[in-house]
Design a protein around this ligand. Structure first.
Ligand SMILES: [Zn+2]
Length: 145
């Protein structure tokens, strides 16, 4: 009973790479510093019960909710911070921007430049350059079309 396992190989992520990976991983998103992690929610992912340090509000969710609460982003299913000053919000926004920039820079370095020039080659090769979400979308499009 092991006939269709070819696809499974792809999902095994490289969890324990070499130890001298200086950036990434160790770096925590900056806005976690403004809340207190109380309790981990669920098994996978970064969902936490957390307490906002500014107003002592208890909330729960992943980092995107922490961000929404502190940066005043609407539509994330979480209330915005009441106690925060504009100065604090700007500072948080700046930290978050810096963090995102650093993250995307380190990501760029990992992607081989060959991807762009080999667009003519087969679809599989191209898709390996994209994120999983885009790949899923591509598959959906192929199926529907
Ligand atoms: Zn708050």
């Amino acid at each position: 009973m092991n006939s269709q396992s070819e696809c499974d190989n792809v999902s095994s992520s490289s969890g324990n790479g070499s130890a001298n990976n200086s950036l990434s991983r160790t770096e925590e998103p900056p806005l976690w510093n403004y809340v207190i992690k109380l309790e981990k929610q669920g098994v996978a992912g970064g969902t936490w019960k957390f307490k906002c340090k500014l107003y002592n509000e208890r909330r729960q969710g992943s980092y995107s909710r922490v961000k929404a609460h502190l940066l005043g982003l609407k539509g994330h299913g979480i209330t915005l911070c009441k106690k925060e000053t504009t100065t604090e919000q700007l500072e948080m926004q700046r930290l978050e921007d810096e963090f995102e920039k650093k993250k995307s820079e380190s990501r760029l370095r990992e992607v081989p430049l060959a991807c762009e020039s080999e667009i003519e080659s087969d679809l599989k090769k191209r898709m390996s350059c994209f994120s999983p979400i885009i790949i899923v979308r591509l598959y959906d499009n192929l199926r529907e079309g």
